[in-house]
Ligand binder design. Structure first.
Ligand code: NAD
Length: 262
């Protein structure tokens, strides 16, 4: 067996075609886990798995196409994982969207609100629900749900549905942590700060726009997806065995800041 911080563990990562999901799936595999990489983007997730196989070996990962907002597909994802690798130890509910037409209270349309809630909230609920059922059979596990710093702080650049959806993730995760604590199933939210992903950098496409954000970040820079992956690795591993119900921030100090250094 590979030695590593997740040696012998089986993990699912949703949103594994994207920045945080891919980096986390690759890190989990490097640390000895078998990883099921799940995403709506089939070509993207297949690419992720090919890269992970190069890094960690041909039996380290498989791909699964899933729409996390569809319960039958999430159920099938968990069943495939248990059929392939025998159990489920780690569930990283990380898939999420930030809709380009998400706006303020007056301008956000119902369809944008509903789609955001279906993916970002229901998708996390379904992932938790079916992971709980599998983890009960193997004596416990760790469930990590990706929220965001915007669920902890107000921003004057509105994305109302996204912000509300991530607030729901935090609240849901805390309650699940309490309800299932005695079953040895841990639940934590990962709260990333702004990450240097193509999505965010395309949105902040001038130096002025970037600086408008960076002035609020004590460390004075955007985060990297791999830094989120290291946070998720800690929460996934037995090193965090007494950590449950947290809003685990990996945000360069953002959510603690008032006045930042010059
Ligand atoms: P990303 O867009 O690169 O990754 C998200 C992935 O989710 C994509 O691969 C996408 O195909 C997948 N996805 C979207 N809808 C899906 C669905 N219905 N079913 C299955 N997969 C679906 O973005 P990322 O930055 O890696 O984001 C990962 C998570 O981190 C998201 O939940 C996001 O909200 C959160 N987050 C990101 C930032 C940031 O600055 N990038 C900050 C805070 C939180």
């Amino acid at each position: 067996m590979t030695s590593g911080r997740l040696s012998g563990k089986v993990a699912i990562v949703t949103g594994a075609a994207g920045g945080i999901g891919f980096e986390t799936a690759a890190l989990f595999a490097k640390e000895g886990a078998k990883v099921v990489c799940a995403d709506l983007n089939e070509a993207g997730v297949n690419k992720s798995v090919a890269k992970i196989m190069e890094i960690a070996g041909a039996d380290a990962a498989i791909a699964f196409k899933v729409d996390v907002s569809k319960e039958d597909q999430v159920k099938a994802l968990i069943e495939k994982t248990v059929d392939t690798f025998g159990k489920l130890d780690i569930m990283f509910n990380n898939a999420g969207i930030m809709h380009p037409e998400d706006d303020n209270a007056l301008n956000t349309e119902d369809r944008v609100w509903d789609l955001t809630m279906d993916i970002n909230v229901k998708g996390v609920w379904y992932g938790c629900k079916h992971a709980i059922l599998a983890m009960r059979k193997s004596g416990g596990g760790s469930i990590i749900n990706t929220a965001s710093f915007v669920a902890l702080m107000g921003a004057a650049t509105p994305q109302l549905a996204y912000t509300a959806s991530k607030g729901a993730v935090l609240a849901m995760t805390r309650e699940l942590a309490m309800v299932h604590a005695r079953e040895n199933i841990r639940f934590n939210s990962l709260c990333p700060g702004p990450i240097r992903t193509p999505l965010l950098m395309d949105f902040l496409n001038t130096e002025e726009k970037k600086q408008r954000r960076l002035v609020h970040v004590p460390q004075g820079r955007f985060g990297e997806a791999i830094e989120q992956a290291y946070g998720a690795l800690f929460l996934a591993s037995d090193e965090s065995s007494f950590v449950t119900g947290t809003d685990f921030r990996v945000d360069g100090g953002l959510a603690s800041s008032y006045v930042t250094p010059e």
